[in-house]
Design a protein around this ligand. Sequence first.
Ligand SMILES: [Zn+2]
Length: 122
Amino acid sequence: MLDFENFRCSHRSSKWNAPFCGHGMKALLRVSRTKENPGRRFWGCPRYEVKESCGFFDWADVVSEEEDAEKAKLRKKVRSLKLKLKKAEMKMKVAVVVGMIECVLLMLLWFYYSATNRMLCP
Ligand SMILES: [Zn+2]
């Protein structure tokens, strides 16, 4: 009986250690000969050749590392964008606070002047 949980775990954690196929057998490292991915290495079911494949398939190539690098680059970009956004938000907050302070000062000034005016003209 196949332990599906273990299969998933070993499949995910091992990049160069052979993952287990759907039969619970260690997958074989093969080289792709398709037009789309010539020479790319992949893990395949060991029973593939005897036409009893369980359909297990997983790329074993460095391409995933390239994808990781691409993802890391994107993550970096997102992080810098977030930082920019934060800075812009800070600027906006500062502008809002400054605007509020100006407003309060103007109101105080207005109160002050209207009070002194009242005092001057009874
Ligand atoms: Zn298999």
